[in-house]
Design a binder for this molecule. Structure first.
Ligand code: KG4
Ligand code: ZN
Length: 402
């Protein structure tokens, strides 16, 4: 029984997972309401909210699992990548809890957590079958290409099971913004809610995805490869010099293209009007309008722009992921992270995998975005291998996955 703790970004989460295969509890306290008005995560506010939430969230996870600290075998915590101050809240609390209870502490990479969200649910689906510990049963003994696509990352990893634990090698990644960041920025530009992904997802269904032909072919990865690229968050977690440029992503261009389109078509005032209707003064709920109500505030041209943006981003994610899978000879793809919750992404990846005779798996919607069940699940192989963290464990905001 492992207690997982996650505080890398804007969700304070705790969960109890048995043998990386059965979720006994999973509690997520979201800070969306705190950050929504700023249209993005404010690091100082995130740390403060984590401090406020961590004790009740861990207590709730234990209570929901109907166990006490004494029933646990280990405590797992996200040690990076993420916001330093936010990570430190979870790490400090986990360390104190481990010290006080005499339990071993396991450090988990947040990205490995996202990959294990899929593996956890595959094992969970087998129920008692998994208890026999046979990885073959869940397909968990098979190498997979994992696309981790969230607000902070758009990374492609080869994940290989070796002697009970997993090894990862980076295959591709974004050279600038993460895909989720593009969803969030475009939503903000159009005066929609935060985080933007779910809003764009809901509204895209009503627009024509072919109305605005956004192209990804202009991506100049060469500029980045020649070392002239600006230093970005992602650049720290994974240098791109050694990666195949066919598997590199770039999402800052489409964000600018949407901005230009909005300006060229005089859609600025309309977007600002929508934003003040959503977040205007005197509103108490956050956001006060539902996505259905937002639909009424979007002219057809805006819906077409939203649908075209989403179609282009999903198409680019697909193209490069399947290209990498073919090149590496893998038949199994995992798509995980917040953006994996996207409806169009799921439909199109599943259809394309079917056409190519490949398999693709996603976490359920609840486990797509940040949670602690994935952290406790990723800790299980490390627990078996007795890979414990030392007292010196600290936050590593740009921790790479290996
Ligand atoms: O994994 P996550 O909760 O946190 C990070 O590790 O970043 O991902 C959050 C990101 C946000 O950018 C959000 O807009 C995006 O995932 N997202 C979506 C959807 N739901 C969440 N993007 C597209 N479609 C969705 N349905
Ligand atoms: Zn995440």
């Amino acid at each position: 029984m492992i207690l997982g703790i996650e505080s890398s970004c804007d969700e304070t989460a705790a969960a109890v997972v048995e043998r990386g295969a059965r979720t006994a509890s999973s509690v997520v306290a979201s800070q969306i309401a705190t950050h929504a008005r700023y249209g993005g995560v404010v690091p100082e506010l995130a740390s403060r909210e984590h401090l406020r939430a961590i004790v009740p969230v861990v207590r709730a996870a234990l209570a929901e699992a109907q166990i006490s600290l004494a029933d646990l075998d280990a405590i797992a915590v996200t040690s990076g990548p993420g916001l330093a101050g936010a990570l430190l809240v979870g790490i400090t609390y986990a360390k104190a809890l481990a010290f006080a209870s005499g339990l071993p502490l396991i450090a988990v990479n947040h990205l490995e957590g996202h990959i294990h969200a899929v593996l956890l649910e595959e094992r969970q689906a087998l129920g008692a079958g998994w208890a026999a510990g046979d990885e073959k049963l869940s397909g968990g003994d098979e190498a997979a290409l994992a696309l981790v696509v969230s607000g902070g990352h758009t990374h492609l990893y080869m994940a290989r099971p070796t002697a009970g634990t997993w090894q990862y090698s980076l295959v591709g990644r974004t050279v600038d913004d993460a895909a989720g960041e593009a969803f969030d920025k475009v939503a903000k530009l159009l005066g929609l809610g935060y985080p933007g992904g779910p809003w764009i997802d809901a509204l895209a269904r009503f627009g024509n995805p072919k109305a605005v032909p956004f192209a990804f072919s202009q991506v100049k990865t060469k500029v980045h490869l020649e070392g002239r690229a600006p230093r970005t968050k992602a650049a720290k977690t994974a240098p791109i010099g050694k990666l195949d440029s066919r598997f590199l992503f770039s999402f800052s261009g489409i964000k600018t293209a949407v901005l230009r389109y909005v300006e060229l078509h005089g859609m600025r005032a309309e977007a600002e009007g929508r934003h003040s209707r959503l977040y205007g003064e005197g509103r108490t709920a956050n956001p006060p309008l539902t996505k259905e109500e937002a639909l009424g505030l979007c002219p057809q041209g805006t819906l077409d722009l939203i649908a075209s943006f989403q179609h282009a981003v999903v198409g680019d994610l697909m193209k490069k992921t399947f290209r990498a899978a073919e090149a590496l000879g893998v038949r199994r793809i995992l798509v995980t992270g917040g953006v994996a919750a996207n409806g169009e992404l799921r439909e199109r990846f599943a259809a394309e995998a079917g056409r190519r005779g490949m398999r693709v798996a996603f976490p359920t919607l609840k486990l797509s975005t940040d949670n602690a069940a994935m952290i406790a699940a990723a800790a299980w192989p490390r627990f078996v291998a007795r890979e414990f963290a030392t007292e010196g464990l600290s936050a590593d905001p740009s921790l790479a996955l290996r």
